[in-house]
Design a protein around this ligand. Structure first.
Ligand code: SN0
Length: 317
């Protein structure tokens, strides 16, 4: 593997899930792979799970880790070409990215979208700068348009917890007080539409349809109750509109998942990438019930990161 930004980078995702679950049984058996290798984790934005799980995954493989909070501790970076840099930006990405690559064998990058300019965000300027300006493999730690390590962990979690061969997985939009990226739901759609092992349905209010490049013709059901019928997994997430880019179109929390809605499902498991706003996205009683597998899901962030680092390290040897 040369980079990891989408499901296709894994080759066959369903086979990758099986191999990752195999690896999870003996996570410390490949310590040699990371010897004298350094994985740089570059954060333009906040992180809890991604930061800790990626560090732990690297440590499991015997690799060194450097973490840089470039968003708060680095120089303000410039991305436009040809500008006279007399403003607030002190360093150009054309130097910053290749310099970081001098110290690291793999670079992980987290950079959220600005949610102002759809073309800029969906061109993945920041992530692609790292890919194009450095010679090292780049791993997305959530970019402007996707969160593939999360989605891979989600598919692993579904495989671990499913009770039927091909479970019904429902991605439901939920209201949120802030305009959030489409990255998590986009990444989830990428993986769910690539896997052969899930029956995937998206439910959201009109106007919240996600980008077709990620949903790829997946079924959309605008009635949340109807979508939840018979679901084996309910994956809730707030996101801002793609069509009316970055906007919040619906301000109430009618789409919150509560026990009444969970009762419509086939005894479904509740999933969320976290952090989650209690009693906004999901009610306390659902989140605190045995139906919730959000903690197990977070554990699999370590597995998805370790699988990706392992495959990249093997290709570096
Ligand atoms: C991020 C998002 O993409 O939705 C990261 C999720 C892994 N979530 C947030 O920014 C939530 C912030 C909040 O205020 O609840």
């Amino acid at each position: 593997m040369k980079k990891f930004t989408c499901a296709a980078d894994l080759g066959d995702v369903d086979i990758a899930v099986q191999k990752a679950l195999e690896m999870k049984k003996s996570p410390y058996s490949e310590k040699h792979l990371g010897e004298n290798k350094t994985i740089g984790l570059i954060f333009f934005n906040s992180s809890l799970r991604t930061r800790l799980s990626s560090q732990r995954a690297a440590q499991n493989l015997g690799a060194n880790v450097i973490v840089m909070n470039v968003g708060t501790d680095g120089w303000a970076l410039e991305y436009e070409d040809g500008v006279i840099m007399e403003g607030s930006t002190a360093e150009h990405i054309r130097e910053a990215a290749p310099v970081m690559a001098q110290y690291c064998d793999i670079l992980g990058v987290r950079s959220f979208p600005g949610l102002k300019d759809r073309d800029f965000d969906y061109s993945e300027r920041i992530l692609n700068s790292f890919i194009n300006l450095t010679g090292v493999p780049v791993v997305s730690l959530e970019s402007a348009t996707s969160h593939p390590l999360q989605a891979f962990a989600d598919l692993i979690t579904i495989e671990e917890h499913k009770k039927v061969e091909r479970p019904k997985v429902v991605l439901t939009w939920a209201g949120h007080p802030r305009a959030l990226p489409q990255s998590v739901p986009n990444g989830f759609c990428d993986f769910m539409t690539t896997s052969r092992n899930v029956d995937f349905v998206i439910t959201c209010p009109e106007g919240y349809e996600l980008c077709e490049d990620f949903t790829r013709g997946a079924r959309i059901e605008y009635c949340q109750e109807k979508a939840l019928e018979g679901a084996d997994f309910v994956y809730a997430k707030g996101w801002s509109s793609y069509r009316h880019y970055g906007q919040i179109l619906k301000k109430d929390y009618d789409w919150m998942i509560d026990s009444k809605k969970m009762a419509l499902t086939n005894n479904a498991k509740f999933m969320h990438c976290l952090p989650v706003r209690r009693n906004v996205i999901v009610s306390d009683d659902v989140l605190d019930s045995p139906s919730s597998i959000v903690i197990q899901e977070a554990k699999n962030r370590e597995t998805s990161a370790q699988y990706v680092f392992r495959e990249i390290l093997k290709a570096l040897k």
